[in-house]
Design a protein around this ligand. Structure first.
Ligand SMILES: [Zn+2]
Length: 271
């Protein structure tokens, strides 16, 4: 599933090709995505200029005054930029044609993605309205985590994977950040002190920042009809390494279940 770093890399990859360009047409080959694509979407977007592309959590926001096109890649979606007339490959469900002669193409084999046109900046749309702070934004701090965790018995790993706490912290990033911060994944969120939350906020920013940086090398893949952007190769300290030795202390890494998800941790480094 595309995680926040892949979505941010997608944003950086497509923005130069669409910003400042006018949409000449939208072709919907299959409207049956996670939610049906509105039948009037093509006619509403035709003739509009794309002002820019932003990201909120794992949603891409295409600014098309006076509305915002909210796009989610779902489980298997990807965006490509192709030349007009490029034959659609399998699962190329939506094409956004631009006056530049390029086409923004949405490909999604499993069709769990979505497209919505929402008024204004889209922030009031039900998909976005209740989201917590961006992990790389100024509102996300150890103080925020500490205040929100007060009295909570929920495991800290589940707490930081809750989009109302902070958006975009998927299973891999939660496991890695907790390892970097030295916090046991099953510890009650309300029993982590302020200094440790400061370290955890910093660790979350660092693991996501590293992944976005690693993704920069895949940007060229957005132009051309070649394969999907693929996932980032990132060196992981604990995720997927149960039974291997901790890179810090050499203790054997363990696997446990927290909430519905399995997670790997170091029983010596993480308390
Ligand atoms: Zn260790």
């Amino acid at each position: 599933m595309p995680e926040l770093p892949e979505v941010e890399t997608t944003r950086r990859g497509v923005e130069p090709h669409v910003a400042g360009h006018t949409i000449t047409d939208v072709i919907v080959r299959d409207a049956r995505l996670r939610w049906p694509v509105a039948a009037d979407l093509p006619e509403r977007l035709r003739g509009r200029r794309v002002g820019g592309v932003d990201r909120r959590a794992k949603y891409l926001l295409f600014r098309t005054q006076p509305d915002t096109l909210i796009l989610h890649l779902g489980m298997s979606g990807s965006l490509r930029v192709v030349e007009a007339g490029t034959p659609p490959e399998a699962h190329a469900h939506v094409d956004v044609l631009l006056e530049s002669g390029q086409v923004l193409r949405y490909v999604d084999p499993r069709r769990f993605g979505s497209l919505h046109l929402a008024p204004g900046d889209g922030e009031a749309h039900p998909l976005l309205a209740r989201l917590g702070p961006e992990p790389l934004g100024d509102a996300f701090t150890g103080a925020w985590l500490h205040a929100r965790a007060r009295g909570r018995r929920q495991a800290v790993k589940a707490f930081i994977m809750d989009a109302a706490t902070v958006v975009g912290v998927g299973n891999i990033y939660a496991a890695e950040a907790l390892f970097r911060a030295g916090i046991h994944p099953a510890r009650a969120a309300g029993r982590v002190g302020r200094a440790r939350y400061d370290r955890l906020a910093e660790a979350i920013r660092a693991v996501l920042g590293d992944a976005i940086e690693a993704g920069g090398t895949t940007l060229r893949d957005f132009v051309g009809s070649g394969g999907s952007p693929g996932y980032f190769r990132q060196s992981l300290a604990v995720y997927g390494r149960a039974g291997a030795s901790c890179p810090v202390c050499g203790t054997m890494l363990r696997l446990m279940r927290v909430g519905q998800r399995s997670t790997c941790y170091c029983p010596a480094c993480q308390r």
